[in-house]
Design a binder for this molecule. Structure first.
Ligand code: GDP
Ligand code: MG
Length: 443
């Protein structure tokens, strides 16, 4: 698996601080192979690796995990980001005047008819929608019948078959019938071809123009592999898809097609087909597919646990500081940096005892990244001596610091006051005495 491979690559740099360009480049060779093995398309792999590299170089390795695991974590995070699809994104869009048309497109055998039935069932049972399905597959005699059977199992209405009608006519008839019958949703199941061809695209485009679907879902077999890019690009450019459904995710496919299609079209993966049965349709979860692509089992949870340990270690260090009752500007600086690094101000503040009240003040002061950057600049403009003994900062020095940091004396004053408040808390904690009292206050 990717994690064991990276383990080998990184064994030699165990214990070093940050990931260097050379280390990362070597690791990226392994990442590239892992992605290609998972059938991610080549151009997508290239972009992806560049993104990971950018994020990984210079990254501090969390104590208590190996650099290899650190890279796997970064790869996983970039993968989840790229796969995207927050809940909002992956929900089926029904925000249109009913009946809302949903167009199912894709190659023959990709699972369009089955997915039409699955989606109908899902919308009927979960969203309490009145659903009609209609088959536009006029080329294979059995196809329309197949949808009828599936609709029966899903307990939704199937548009009656009228022999001799063309796909666009059927689509229009479906919309008319649905309007008359007070249906909420009409799922239009189109014909596929074995390969993309102009005739197929023209036909689907005509249907699209006739009904203006709220969703055009590209249904694709997860096994499609390297062809995913062409397929997704063609359908997106010629038809304009709004989402992707990956089928046969219950099979051996590693799911690389998901990454390829998402990266090429920018369109969300909305649903996953997990079997032949109609209830085997699931929402999309980026982290599940990411784990599958990387074949890395529970490395991610391992890394997350390590990150939590790391936070605990930092909190202990801070606690030791508190026992000293000391808190100078350098301490404040390292705290500001940590806040930035972890990106969660409340989490850090929560680690400090007796800070609840101040946290409210800080909330009120609307701490944000920009403000932290300014505060950092102020402290960096102080001399070493000033940082250790902030009392030295009288009017002229404050002016110098403000100018040096591109801020104002007012801001310098505010920071000094904030520091004073924090230092006071530290002193009070010391008076409360003992590690016992401290830990009590922290929990
Ligand atoms: P269409 O030609 O695109 O309409 O594809 P069909 O819906 O007729 O599906 C083709 C075959 O794939 C059928 O035998 C389905 O039962 C099967 N199939 C569809 N979706 C899935 C899935 O998610 N998992 C599995 N294992 N089989 C599926
Ligand atoms: Mg079909």
């Amino acid at each position: 698996s990717l994690s064991s491979r990276l383990g080998t690559v990184f064994d030699k740099l165990r214990g070093r601080g940050a990931l260097s360009e050379a280390d990362v480049s070597e690791a990226m060779r392994e990442v590239r192979i892992a992605l290609l093995e998972a059938d991610v398309a080549l151009p997508v792999v290239k972009d992806f690796v560049a993104k990971v590299k950018e994020r990984a170089v210079g990254q501090e390795v969390i104590k208590s995990i190996t650099p290899g695991q650190m890279v796997v974590k970064i790869v996983h995070d970039v993968l989840v980001d790229t796969l995207g699809a927050d809940d909002e994104d992956s929900a089926i869009n029904l925000r249109a005047a009913p009946p809302v048309p949903i167009l199912m497109v894709g190659l023959q055998g990709s699972g369009k008819t089955t997915t039409s039935g699955k989606l109908a069932l899902r919308l009927r049972t979960r969203e309490r929608k009145k659903v009609m399905v209609a088959s536009l597959d006029v080329y294979r005699p059995a196809a329309q019948k197949q949808l009828e059977v599936v609709a029966g199992q899903a307990e939704v209405v199937s548009l009656p078959i009228v022999p001799g009608q063309m796909p666009v006519e059927i689509a229009r008839r479906a919309m008319d019938e649905a309007r008359r019958g007070g249906f909420d949703v009409v799922i239009l199941d189109t014909a596929g071809r074995l390969h993309i061809d102009q005739e197929l695209m023209d036909e689907v485009a005509q249907v699209r123009d006739a009904v203006r679907p709220a969703e055009t879902l590209l249904v694709t077999d997860a096994m499609i592999g390297q062809d995913a890019v062409n397929l997704a690009r063609e359908f997106n450019e010629k038809i304009g898809i709004t989402g992707i459904v990956l089928t046969r995710v219950d099979g051996d496919a590693r799911g690389g097609a998901a990454l390829s299609m998402r990266a090429i079209t920018g369109k969300p993966i909305k649903l996953l087909g997990m079997g032949e049965k109609l209830d085997q349709l699931e929402g999309f979860h980026a982290d599940r597919i990411a784990g599958r692509i990387l074949g890395m089992g529970d490395v991610v949870s391992l890394v997350e646990k390590a990150a939590a340990t790391f936070e605990a270690e930092e909190a202990e260090k801070m606690a030791a500081k508190l026992l000293d009752g000391k808190f100078d500007m350098d301490d404040m600086l390292s705290q500001l940096r940590q806040i930035q690094k972890m990106g969660d101000i409340k989490g850090i503040l929560g680690m400090l005892p007796g800070i609840g009240k101040m946290q409210k003040q800080l909330d009120a002061a609307k701490i944000d990244d920009k403000m932290i950057k300014r505060q950092e600049a102020i402290i960096l403009s102080m001399t070493k001596k000033e940082r250790r003994t902030p009392e030295l900062l009288k009017a002229s020095r404050k002016k110098r610091v403000a100018e040096g940091s591109g801020t104002t004396v007012q801001e310098v004053n505010k920071l000094l006051k904030q520091h004073q408040q924090m230092a006071d808390v530290m002193k009070r904690m010391k008076k409360m005495g003992g590690k016992k009292g401290l830990m009590g206050a922290m929990s």
